[in-house]
Structure formats: structure tokens, C-alpha cells
Design a protein around this ligand. Structure first.
Ligand SMILES: *Cc1c(COP(=O)(O)O)cnc(C)c1O
Length: 238
């Protein structure tokens, strides 16, 4: 990969802007420089872009579909990246995801925990887990995520499996509501969980559109796709 192709230049410019925005939001919030990890969400973009981003210093990438993710992981195995699975996960894909994902952000139900644990055991790997919390206030909507009151039970289930590591919480702010209170609620739930599970301090929150609010509320990991890679994803793998 040469560093002078147009796409690399475009990604470098985008990455510079995203890093500046993360640094600005971190400073404005009075948080320590470097306390927020950027996850580049590369879904719908080819493995070449993952390689370009790695060349520019990106260490963490996120994907949301198993087949696409597993092929890209295989194509980029030499890069030593940390792979995050951020999309809704079906139970029958859990074993596949457990073979390459370092962290699964979207764990939201008991059957998925046990399927992921079986997959991790079979793959002889330890897989990091974030519990995805549903913070929408519309009880009728079938959104992904566990209800806050069911978090303690799900967390206890995860820590019962030595091949899973409970890392923290994740949410996607519901469309059409102000993101800051949602992310503040997630931070509150995170503090409550850390009282019982002191290692589980990861807060995965914030996408291209709501990243500053997430950082203000205490996000440790932001998941950025569009602002880094652009809006017109090319689905290389279907
Ligand atoms: C696609 C996706 C992102 C990135 O969203 P952008 O708005 O493109 O930054 C983050 N989190 C999840 C769960 C996603 O599916």
C-alpha cells in the first residue's frame, strides 16, 4: 500500500479531523487527554481501507456483520488490530464471531451470552463483552439492548464464564432524542456496575453524529464510521 493514493489521503484528512474533534471534546469535558479510544467502524468498506487506516495509526476497528467481518479479519490478520463486533448478533453467528472478535459490544440477552461462551471455548479464545443497553423510553419499540433493570443478572451470567471477560456497557442513542441525557444515564449504570464488577469500566458510546455528547458523558470508546470513511459504503462482501 503506497501512502500517496487518493483514498489514503482522504482517509488521512478525515482521521485528522476526527482525532481533533475527539481531543477537543475530551479537553472541553475536563477529561484526561488520550482517555478516549477511537474505533473505526469499517462496515461496508473494503479490507483495503482497513489496511490504509492501520497504516495511518488506527488500532481498533468495528464491524457489524459476521460474514463481512470474518473475511476482512482474515485479509488483515497481519495488522495486529483489535476487532470490535458492534452490530446486532444472532445466536447462530456467535460461534463464528467468537473466532475473530476481541470485543463484542452488542451482548443483550442470556441466550447470546451462552452461545458466545460456547464459541469462545471452541475457539480457545477469551472474548471481551460489553452489554448493550436499551435506553429508549418507548417500551413498545423492539430496539436492541437489555433493559437497565436486567443488567445485573446479565452481567453475573457473563462473569460466570472464564472464557468471557466483562468489559463494560454500550448503547446506541435513540434517534430523535437528545443524546446527552442518554449517555449520562449509561455512565450512571456503568458506575453502578463497576461497584460489583470493578474491571468493567468500558463505556462504548458515540457515533459520528453524537460523539461530543458521548465524550462529555464519559465514553471511553467512540465508534466512528461515516466521519472517517464517508457516506457511500461499497459493500464488497454480500
Ligand atoms: C454503523 C455503526 C456505527 C458508526 O456509525 P456512524 O454514524 O457511521 O459513525 C457505530 N455503532 C454501531 C453499532 C453501528 O452500527
Amino acid at each position: 500500500m503506497t501512502t500517496c493514493d487518493a483514498r489514503t489521503n482522504e482517509l488521512a484528512a478525515n482521521l485528522g479531523r476526527v482525532r481533533d474533534a475527539i481531543a477537543a471534546a475530551t479537553e472541553t469535558s475536563g477529561r484526561a487527554p488520550g482517555c478516549v479510544t477511537l474505533i473505526a467502524v469499517t462496515k461496508n468498506w473494503p479490507a483495503e481501507d482497513v489496511r490504509r487506516l492501520a497504516g495511518l495509526g488506527v488500532t481498533d476497528v468495528g464491524e457489524n456483520r459476521d460474514q463481512e467481518a470474518s473475511l476482512k479479519h482474515a485479509a488483515c490478520i497481519d495488522l495486529g488490530l483489535t476487532w470490535h463486533f458492534v452490530g446486532q448478533l444472532q445466536r447462530n453467528k456467535a460461534a463464528s464471531v467468537a473466532r475473530y472478535a476481541d470485543v463484542v459490544h452488542s451482548v443483550d440477552r442470556p441466550a447470546l451470552v451462552s452461545a458466545l461462551a460456547r464459541g469462545a471455548l471452541a475457539a480457545r479464545r477469551r472474548v471481551g463483552v460489553c452489554l448493550q443497553v436499551d435506553l429508549g423510553n418507548d417500551p413498545a419499540s423492539a430496539r436492541a439492548g437489555v433493559a437497565p433493570k436486567q443488567l445485573p443478572e446479565l452481567a453475573n451470567q457473563v462473569v460466570g464464564y472464564p472464557q468471557l471477560e466483562l468489559l463494560g456497557l454500550m448503547t446506541v442513542a435513540p434517534l430523535g432524542s437528545a443524546p446527552l441525557p442518554v449517555f449520562q444515564r449509561l455512565a450512571q449504570l456503568s458506575a453502578q456496575m463497576a461497584a460489583t464488577h470493578p474491571g468493567a469500566t468500558m463505556i462504548s458510546a458515540g457515533m459520528s453524529a453524537d460523539m461530543p455528547a458521548a465524550i462529555a458523558a464519559g465514553a471511553t470508546h467512540v465508534r466512528i464510521g461515516t466521519a472517517l470513511l464517508g457516506t457511500r459504503g461499497v459493500t464488497q462482501v454480500t
